[in-house]
Design a protein around this ligand. Structure first.
Ligand code: AP5
Length: 215
């Protein structure tokens, strides 16, 4: 299975990707996670990326494309991959097509997780993530049993720097302007699939698996 997950910030791409990894054993390639790891390591790339991420803007394509190409070239992608948060604009989508053609592993589907805008702000301001195992929670919708502590591993939960209301508003604007047009891009290529991203996480996952034809 070789797929791209499309959807607005907070649509649940990361949440569904984690479940796809468990079920199908293929890697998730999240450019957001790769960039946050570079920020945490304090690399030059991370410092450059942080200045864009904190404003809710896209990191330059030149930075992101090299990262994705390197990751897709690793052995664990041979049997499939889940691209999460990439591509983010038409230039990235075209570069990805070229890259995947060269590697001989073209996309099977682009799955759009569709959530109404009014749900997104609460999902993002309420998001908390475990710093140890990456498990995600939401203080409004799926809170941990004990505040600030991961149910799975006991790790400390943190809030992402870009999950502030002001930055979220900018991220949503950037999504509408630059990323949403990719829905048409993949529709024209005949590989677009859409799932409704509201309801319980497990219900959505059932829909995702059915929609991908992998039930
Ligand atoms: P990135 O990390 O990709 O963030 P994003 O696209 O804004 O997406 P999110 O991770 O915020 O949301 P999600 O859809 O994964 O939702 P989640 O599952 O977490 O990008 C961050 C930044 O990095 C960008 O702004 C940019 O600067 C840079 N960047 C990244 N990629 C780039 C690229 N390709 N090019 C250039 N720059 C790039 O869920 C959200 C919350 O909702 C969680 O709390 C979860 O528990 C909850 N939730 C999930 N499902 C449900 C449900 N069904 N009901 C209730 N709550 C739910």
């Amino acid at each position: 299975m070789r797929i791209v997950l499309l959807g607005a910030p907070g649509a649940g791409k990361g949440t569904q990707a984690k479940k796809l990894i468990e079920k199908f054993g293929i890697p998730q390639i999240s450019t957001g996670d790769l960039l946050r790891a570079a920020v945490a390591e304090g690399t030059e790339l991370g410092k450059e990326a942080k200045s864009y991420m904190d404003k809710g803007e896209l990191v330059p394509d030149s930075v992101v494309l090299g990262m994705v190409e390197e990751r897709l070239g690793r052995d664990d992608c041979k049997d499939g991959y889940i691209l999460d948060g990439f591509p983010r604009n038409t230039a990235q989508a075209e570069a990805l097509d070229e890259m995947l053609d060269k590697m001989g592993m073209p996309l099977d589907a682009a799955l759009n997780v569709d959530v109404p805008t009014e749900d997104l702000m609460k999902r993002l301001t309420g998001r908390r993530t475990c710093e140890q195992c990456g498990q995600m929670y939401n203080v409004y919708f799926n809170p941990p049993a004990e505040e600030g502590k991961c149910d799975k591993c006991g790790g400390t939960l943190f809030q992402r720097d870009d999950d502030k209301e002001e930055t979220i508003t900018k991220r949503l604007e950037v999504y509408r302007e630059q990323t949403e047009p990719l829905i048409d891009y993949y529709r024209q290529k005949g590989i677009l699939k859409t799932v409704t991203g509201t309801g319980a996480i497990d219900e959505i996952f059932t829909r995702v698996v059915e929609t991908l034809g992998a039930a």
